[in-house]
Design a protein around this ligand. Structure first.
Ligand code: GDP
Ligand code: MG
Length: 295
């Protein structure tokens, strides 16, 4: 039997459900997903293995009008990932009409030489999906469209089945037991950042970066994690710490629960908050935090 393998990039504007779809297809949470736009900053790969195929899904930051150096890195990363893949999925929120940012993502599909599929996500929220998808179909010459709900895990079987069928013949790219290329510290840092995004409001989320400084297995079998939460202003630091440290405790507790589920053992989380003014505008810091321009 021949083996098939290939890369599919998930592109679209922020908040349409790209990361949720990645997790749903893999049946396992590897990417953080929140109601806040621009949650995803770095592209990550998730690998779905079947008996005769390997489907590598690439989750990308949402295409948006960037207002910071970090934002430009994010959009560039999405565009770079969209090149050289075997297929592109343009994910849209079918419960809402197209906006300018959807057109920008569609333009990436137009420019791609690979086949592009339109994925009508959040179909659980509305009726008449056939009608609602029409204005999206005009945005680019998609080969096919699929109605799904990443959140409710609906419509995924047909999508995955067709995607595996469409993969080119080739050897596996990743070992059989590999689910993601995301480094462990990145996963841990992102899990903490996800809880911050869920807990705090307004502009604070965009200013947050999390760096895992230490991650060790203690003799009592607990996992000890020390991480620094960077923000851009003293006022943001005060918000994240909260009155009498209440907010930081809440963030820490929730992140710990997530990490304990992941590791299936006790986790001790040691969180620190520091101010690093305008880090989103400083190349040096962006590099240090892992927001490098892709090759
Ligand atoms: N109702 C509904 N909500 C969804 C669905 N998919 C994602 N969401 C929600 O949409 C928000 C953004 O999801 P996320 O995956 O972070 O979007 P991304 O920015 O495109 O990666 C989150 O609150 C998700 O729970 C869906 O199929 N139905
Ligand atoms: Mg995302």
């Amino acid at each position: 039997m021949s083996y098939h393998s290939g890369f599919v990039a998930l592109v679209g504007r922020p908040n349409v459900g790209k990361s949720t779809l990645l997790n749903a297809v893999l049946g396992r949470k590897i990417a953080i997903a929140t109601p806040k736009p621009q949650t995803t900053r770095i592209s990550i790969r998730g690998i779905l293995h079947s008996a005769s195929a390997q489907l590598v899904l690439v989750d990308t930051p949402g295409v948006h009008r960037a207002t910071s150096k970090l934002g430009h890195h994010m959009v560039r990363s999405a565009k770079t990932e969209a090149r050289g893949v075997d297929a592109l999925w343009h994910i849209v929120d079918v419960s809402r009409p197209p906006r300018e940012e959807d057109q920008w993502a569609a333009d990436m599909c137009r420019a791609a030489s690979a086949p592009t599929w339109l994925i009508a996500n959040k179909a659980d929220l509305v009726g008449r999906v056939q009608e609602r998808i029409r204005p999206y179909q005009e945005l680019a010459p998609y080969q096919a469209w699929y109605e799904v709900s990443a959140l409710k895990e609906k419509g995924l079987e047909r999508l995955i089945g067709d995607a595996l069928q469409a993969l080119p013949e080739g050897d596996p790219y990743f070992p059989e037991d590999m689910v993601t290329d995301q480094p462990e510290d990145t996963y841990v840092g992102e899990t903490i950042r996800e809880q911050i995004l869920m807990a705090v409001q307004d502009e604070v989320p965009h200013s947050v970066a999390v760096v895992v400084e230490e991650r060790t297995r203690r003799s009592n079998d607990k996992i000890y994690v020390r991480a620094t939460i960077y923000v851009e202003r003293e006022s943001q630091k005060a918000i994240i710490i909260g009155a009498k440290g209440k907010m930081l405790r809440k963030i820490g507790e929730q992140a710990r629960v997530e990490l304990e589920t992941y590791y299936e053992r006790s986790v001790y989380l040691d969180l620190w908050v520091k101010v690093r003014r305008h880090w989103r505008e400083q190349e040096e810091w962006l590099k240090r935090l892992g927001f490098q321009d892709p090759e």
